[in-house]
Structure formats: C-alpha cells, structure tokens
Design a protein around this ligand. Structure first.
Ligand SMILES: [Zn+2]
Length: 233
C-alpha cells in the first residue's frame, strides 16, 4: 500500500480511538450519578421534613388544647359546685372561662387546618417514597449497564491502541512525524481529500504542482494552507 493509504488507515484508527475515548468519558461522567435519583432524594427529604413539621405542629396545638381544657374544668367546677358565693367573683370566673374557651376554640380551628396539612404531607411523603424506590431501581439498572459499557469501551480502546501501534510501523518515521504534528495542530484531522481542486480540510485551492504530487503514491503532498496530508480519489 502507498504511504498515503497507510496514513489514511492510521487516521481512521485514530478517529475510532478518539470516538471511543469520548464515549468512555461520557459513560464515566454518567456513572457519577443520576439527576433523576438526586431529584427523587431531594423530594423525599423535603416531604419527610414537611411531615415531621406538620406532626410537631399538631402535637403543639393539641398540647395547648389539653392545657386549656385542664384549666377550664376546675374553673367550671367552681362555678357550679357552690364553693364560690360572691356574685362578682362568679362573674369573673364566668368571664375567665369564656376567654379560655374562646382560646381553645381558635386552637381547635388551627387543629383542623393542621390535620388537613398533615393529610397532604402524608400523601406527598408516600408518593415521594414510591418515586425514590423507583428511581433507585432504575439507577441501579442504569449503573450496571454503564459499568458494562465502560468495560467494553476500555477493551475497544486497548485494541484500537494496539492496532495503532502496528499501523504506525507501516508509516516511515519522517511521514509519521508530519502526520503526528499536523494532527496535533489541526484538531485531530491530519489528512484531507482533494475535491474540485480544493483541500477538503480547509477548502483552499490546491496549486497544480501540489495536486500532481498528491497522485504520486510515494510522495507526501501537503496543503499549502492547512498542511494536511492530501489524497485524491
Ligand atoms: Zn488545507
């Protein structure tokens, strides 16, 4: 095979290895974690917090209701058991009982509200928990598939690297040096097809003398503009 053909084969191997490395990088990036799982965990944590808050609020209100009830009971007893005879004092007690009952009634309204909040929090908590279990199962399956893909890609890269080593030996050192140099400077693409008299890499017109050299299998013709190694056909 001509030197240019050998170099084109080398470029193909390098392209393949480059794609494999990009895929491996992507698989490794995805292996770091799942957005869906993070979101499900966040939702569950928020639902857990809201449920705990609602329960705490309910305990607080019900505790206050109990305290008021335990204050009202003895006062009401004093109203009716005849232990107090002074009408003014009785009126005061009556007034006090009304105030306490008014307080308790407001708290009982708040208790109804907190019960509705608690119900919503329990429902959201259950949904979030189900979502989290699903997300964990999906992530576990995805993680296993990605781990397998990572191993496959690492193997394919190793075999492309081995192919590259043996292909390199088929290119004369001087040409290999040109290839490596241009590849490094031109975004990984060191060869270009001459199409319609132009370089397929940079689209600049190729002078006739260079074009002729590109037909010679043993010479290396380079684009005068981007320096890519040219081939025809
Ligand atoms: Zn060019």
């Amino acid at each position: 095979m001509s030197q240019v053909s050998e170099i084109r084969t080398l470029q193909e191997i390098d392209d393949e290895a480059g794609n494999l490395r990009a895929s491996l990088e992507e698989a490794e990036r995805r292996l770091k974690g799942s957005e869906e799982l993070s979101a499900a965990r966040e939702r569950f944590a928020a639902a857990d917090g809201e449920l705990a808050d609602a329960r705490k609020e309910q305990r607080r209100i019900e505790g206050e209701v109990d305290v008021l009830t335990s204050k009202i009971a003895p006062e009401e007893k004093r109203l009716y058991d005849g232990s107090v005879r002074n009408p003014k004092e009785l009126t005061n007690i009556q007034h006090e009982v009304e105030i306490l009952k008014g307080h308790r009634s407001k708290l009982e309204d708040q208790d109804l509200e907190v019960m509705a909040r608690l119900e919503a929090a329990e429902s959201e908590h259950a949904d979030a928990q189900k979502g989290l279990v699903r997300a964990e199962a999906r992530w576990e399956a995805e993680r296993a598939a990605l781990a397998q893909e990572t191993r496959r890609l690492a193997g394919a890269i190793a075999s492309a690297d081995a192919k590259r080593e043996s292909q390199k030996a088929r290119v004369v050192p001087r040409h290999l040096a040109v290839y490596e140099d241009v590849r490094r400077r031109r975004g990984g693409i060191a060869v270009a097809r001459v199409a319609g008299g132009n370089c397929g890499g940079c689209r600049v017109g190729i002078p006739e003398a260079v074009r002729k050299r590109a037909f010679d299998p043993d010479q290396l013709a380079q684009c005068p503009n981007c320096e890519r190694i040219l081939y025809v056909g």
